[in-house]
Design a protein around this ligand. Structure first.
Ligand SMILES: *Cc1c(COP(=O)(O)O)cnc(C)c1O
Length: 418
């Protein structure tokens, strides 16, 4: 039988060739995968190490981020949202932080995902491989990979649960238009976790010519590091833009956390700036009951999922929990291991936001700024609005607007009863 790539225990992890099998994020991360993936993972680690020290790779990636993705994305002052907060009855005089938006929604394909997909697609070419595979839930990472594949002439198969295929038809069609094959996954809850298992199984058999592009800062090392590095362009730009446009570093950063890639991308370049406080916002779903949310750092415990040790939503037997969120992109029972580390050392604060509050913030940003955010990003907006009311007006708060809301229009219209 094929070993289960999601829960292979540490004792079985073949780690001889991996420099740091138990890290590199404190106790978290590591390589908890079946032996069959060891070669592909080593090869990736080597290719990435070489690429990272090759100025030509950096030049190529930076140029594509500019010319193809449209970077740098703007840092925008959210003046009307700020005024709305300051004018609210529950906002004391002298309070109401100045809110800024990092506009990842303006990146090509409408979210931050393309930064990572393009970077890893370039690595694929460097490794001499011709095919990429990916898992997708809402379809955003699938679309980003399909786009990178079309642009670079790679073959692309995207694994997607049949439940998500049903719910996310426009993105399925977008991928197919781009020349990608969408592979239906019938197992389990037929959603993201199952699609990830299927993609890992495919990779075990195909890694000779195939690279698996994981869509967030999850999976076995070095994936969480690679994805973070490719997304860190968000934080590097933001840091420079703050110094240039505000004249100082921001006081607070707020980002939503699914697997954690947009948050890690924003936070990482600020980690050594002790004055900058950071908050990651998980999906609080319908309630704080097991199965009603997708907030592992808020309600979960350490465990192994998809090849690494991090916080996971699991029952007492270590069985992964069913998850729920209004936003498909946050609907995942695990979280990146570096977030588990930042959580435990207290560098980043994590909290959650309910479906209800996210939907309210979705409408608020739409009406005050004329920007329809992704429902994922609306979680960050909701929490930022709450925070801002207790902060002095001279403090600044940057929200990572991870994506645009076009994909969520049907769902939002239905939930708002319009
Ligand atoms: C996928 C997605 C997310 C969640 O993924 P992270 O890895 O946590 O960033 C958030 N926002 C948008 C717009 C997404 O597409």
């Amino acid at each position: 039988m094929t070993p289960d790539p999601t829960t292979t225990p540490p004792a079985e992890a073949a780690s001889a060739a991996v420099p740091d099998p138990t890290g590199p994020f404190g106790d978290f991360g590591g390589v908890y995968t079946p032996e069959t993936l060891q070669h592909a993972i080593d090869q990736l680690a080597k290719a990435y190490q070489q690429a990272r020290s090759d100025p030509a790779f950096d030049k190529q990636f930076t140029q594509l981020l500019r010319d193809y993705v449209g970077r740098a994305t703007p840092l925008q002052s959210a003046q009307r949202l700020t005024e709305h907060i300051r004018a609210a009855d529950d906002c004391p005089a002298g309070k109401g932080a100045q809110i800024w938006l990092k506009r990842e929604d303006l990146a090509h394909t409408g979210a931050h995902k393309i930064n990572n997909s393009l970077g890893q697609a370039l690595l694929t070419v460097r490794m001499g491989k011709t095919r990429i595979i990916a898992e997708t839930g809402a379809g955003q990472h699938g679309v980003a990979c399909a786009t990178a594949a079309a642009f670079l002439g790679l073959k692309c198969d995207v694994f997607m649960g049949t439940e998500d295929i049903r719910r996310q038809q426009p993105n399925v069609k977008r991928m197919e238009l781009l020349g990608t094959r969408v592979v239906p996954v019938e197992s389990g809850s037929k959603t993201l976790k199952d699609a990830t298992n299927a993609a890992m199984r495919d990779w075990m058999a195909t890694s000779e010519d195939t690279h698996y592009i994981i869509g967030s800062v999850v999976g076995p090392h070095p994936f969480p590091m690679i994805v973070r590095d490719f997304q860190a362009v968000i934080g590097r730009e933001c840091r420079a833009q703050c110094l240039d446009q505000i004249g100082k570093l921001p006081d607070h950063l707020v980002a939503c956390v699914g697997g954690g890639s947009n948050a890690a991308g924003l936070f990482y370049p600020f980690i050594d700036d002790a004055s900058v406080k950071m908050v990651g916002v998980e999906a609080g779903g319908r309630s704080n009951q097991f199965g009603d949310h997708a907030a592992p750092l808020t309600y979960g415990s350490p465990g192994v999922l998809h090849g690494s040790l991090s916080y996971v939503l699991q029952n007492n037997d270590g069985q992964t929990a069913p998850v729920h969120s209004i936003s498909a992109g946050l609907d995942y029972p695990g979280v990146g291991p570096e977030h588990a580390y930042w959580h435990d050392i207290g560098r980043v604060t994590y909290t959650d936001c309910t479906d209800h509050d996210a939907l309210e913030a979705f409408l608020l940003l739409t009406r005050t700024e004329g920007i329809i955010p992704a429902l994922e990003s609306a979680h960050a907006v909701a929490h930022a609005v709450k925070m801002a009311k207790d902060l002095p007006t001279d403090q600044t708060l940057v929200i990572n607007l991870s994506g645009r809301g076009d994909k969520d229009l049907d769902e939002a219209i239905r939930l708002l009863g319009m």
